[in-house]
Design a protein around this ligand. Sequence first.
Ligand code: SF4
Length: 410
Amino acid sequence: MRESGRPVPSRQRVPFRQFVLKVHSRCNLACTYCYVYEGPDQSWRERPARVAEETVRRTAERIAQHVTTHGLRSIRVDLHGGEPLLVGPAALIGHARAVRDAVPGGCAVAVSVQTNGTLLTADAVRRLGAAGITVGLSLDGGSARLNHRRVDHAGRPSWPAVRRAAGLLAGAPAAYGGILCTIDVATDPAETYRSLIALEPTGLDFLLPYGNWSDPPPGLGPFAGPVGRAARPVPYGTWLARVFDLWWDTPPDQRLVPVRLFGEIVALLLGAASRSETVGLSPLAVVVIDTDGALQRLDSLKTAYAGAPDLGMDVFRHDFEDALGHPHTVAAQARGLDTLCGSCRRCPVAGVCGGGRYTDRYLHGSGFDHPSVYCADLEHLIRHIGERLRETVRGRTARGRGAPDEPVRR
Ligand code: SF4
């Protein structure tokens, strides 16, 4: 399968700093839009349900090697699934300890668990928090109605259990890793945002549903004409712009909850480097270790075609240097302007957008050398945020530079 069309200079290859360790490959929910279980890649069926201790130990050794080789001072380890809490808190704590014990003392290891929340108990929150593991919740909103797609295998709603989990985490902010909300463009953005804020998260992020030009996300496509930057409806752009306005205009007497996507775009507009794969031109620094020890690039590539994330490597036979040098990793790390497709290179917002997520650029038969399937939405959102930022700066300037009651929000 053809990947990006241009060679990537070796100087752009950066060490992995985020290690996604899949601890359980099954899930107790059956969300109707889940790309892992509903998408074209069904490889989860062949993998062990639960990661073995030996796989974790070998992974920890490989991470330690990588940290030493590159002199890394901090890394992230994300304990993922399926549903990671299916292994129980004791195993999660053991996995975190295995990595922390293996890496050199000068490297900080931030460990997180991303969960659907249904198995979270007060005891689990307490033990995970005490072990320095943060817990992030995956939701579609902050109400039963907004989470109607998140059901168990019998079709029962997950919301009652998740509502309890959100309450437990709100009472333990040090352990609360925030909420990741997958956008349902059919919902009212204001209702979704306000319902999430009511759950008192320490932070929020909004996830565009994974999709591509051949299999567009809900509300986009089917596309007529050539793939590329073009005037199209922007349902996700307008949805996110509405949420941005609510966030940006948070009254001074209310807590401003960090929203990662918005913070990233504002920072990029102000000239900072990006720190996420969604926007910006920073190289990707993430690698996935599946329950059988297989090394993979972005999990979301499962939405493109069966086997798309595979590197044909595993922690028993390969180290992370091997994975870093794999042509697929090299292609996915390509985030400089000169590595983007022609449409993106000519785009006025490319420095902020970065061509969007690698996964979303896919077109069957010609690979990833395209703009994001969210191209028009991203441009709309970036221009909107840029205009709001300019308005705010103009207002500050008119009132006198640095007026203390008008901080620029992030
Ligand atoms: S940089 Fe982003 S907005 Fe610009 S053409 Fe590429 S995908 Fe579209």
